[in-house]
Design a protein around this ligand. Structure first.
Ligand SMILES: Nc1ncnc2c1ncn2[C@@H]1O[C@H](COP(=O)(O)OP(=O)(O)OP(=O)(O)O)[C@@H](O)[C@H]1O
Length: 268
């Protein structure tokens, strides 16, 4: 009997031994990301969590190819970022409140410039569609710099969705938004994932958001992944009621203390 080959998609993200060290002014080094390994399945929403300085933004920057790793490998949608980054960049995108679009350009101009950069055809149609989806039509001819935080977030998301990314990396997608706007963004992301089957990796400090959106989480501390799993599984493992309590347990554990995940790893 011949075996049937079932085509297997590689995961959306596969990271092995990923490390980033930055030089410090005194001639030393800071290890921002310390030999982490993880995979993100296609079509999932995964939360990258950790306190300030845990290494989330550095990790996302390496996934995007904006920062070169000191060591380790990143594969996106089965493509090695070190060797074939340009083959996969058109299939991914990102949004971050820390990266501002040019202030003086109008929203329409910004989206149009990015659409051309991404090599899209039918640029006008795509800008119009996304503006309607993200309720931006009223702002299209206003300079981007004069928008409120909530409006800027929606523009940044529109920019990130221009190329219909299969992988969307979001750094704190609802930071500094009022609860209503934040809820609107979360609902939009849920629908986007359901409609397109895209994979989303999001860094967030909002544990309610993570419990609502994420199938799985990666907990970072001091550059390492110290625990991982579905939010409900982590809550159960730590004997807590909420992910916020688990986060606090992990963030406040003293150095050297074995966490629930590490104890489980050690027992395997
Ligand atoms: N360019 C850089 N040069 C030197 N150190 C850096 C640089 N970028 C980040 N770091 C350091 O690396 C560590 C991880 O920073 P990173 O911004 O990745 O953390 P984070 O988890 O995203 O934090 P936050 O939640 O505060 O945004 C921190 O100690 C930070 O000071």
């Amino acid at each position: 009997m011949t075996e049937r080959t079932i085509p297997q998609h590689p995961p959306a993200i596969r990271v092995a031994g990923l490390t980033k060290r930055f030089p410090t002014p005194g001639g030393g080094e800071v290890t921002a990301v310390d030999a982490i390994d993880f995979t993100v399945p296609r079509g999932s929403v995964t939360g990258l969590l950790g306190g300030n300085g845990a290494g989330k933004t550095t990790t996302i920057s390496m996934l995007l190819g904006l920062l070169l790793p000191t060591a380790g490998t990143v594969e996106i949608l089965g493509v090695d970022m070190a060797r074939h980054r340009h083959a996969v960049l058109p299939r991914m995108n990102f949004s971050s409140p820390y990266v501002e679009l040019p202030h003086r350009l109008t929203v329409r101009e910004n989206l149009t410039v990015y659409a051309h950069l991404y090599g899209l055809t039918c640029v006008k149609k795509r800008v119009r569609e996304l503006s309607e989806h993200l309720d931006l039509t009223r702002f299209l001819d206003r300079p981007s710099g004069g928008l409120s935080a909530g409006q800027k977030t929606r523009v940044a998301l529109a920019k990130a969705l221009l190329n219909d990314p299969e992988l969307l990396l979001l750094d704190e997608p609802t930071a500094s938004l009022d609860p209503d706007t934040a809820d609107w963004i979360r609902t939009y992301l849920e629908r986007y994932r359901a409609r397109t089957g895209a994979t989303i990796l999001l860094a967030s400090h909002n544990m309610l958001e993570v419990e609502r959106l994420c199938d799985g989480v990666l907990m970072m501390r001091q550059g390492r992944i110290v625990d991982r799993g579905a939010p409900s599984a982590l809550v159960a493992r730590y004997g807590r009621q909420t992910l916020e309590e688990v986060f606090l347990d992990i963030a406040r554990a003293s150095d050297g203390t074995l966490l629930a995940g590490e104890t489980a790893d050690a027992a395997e």
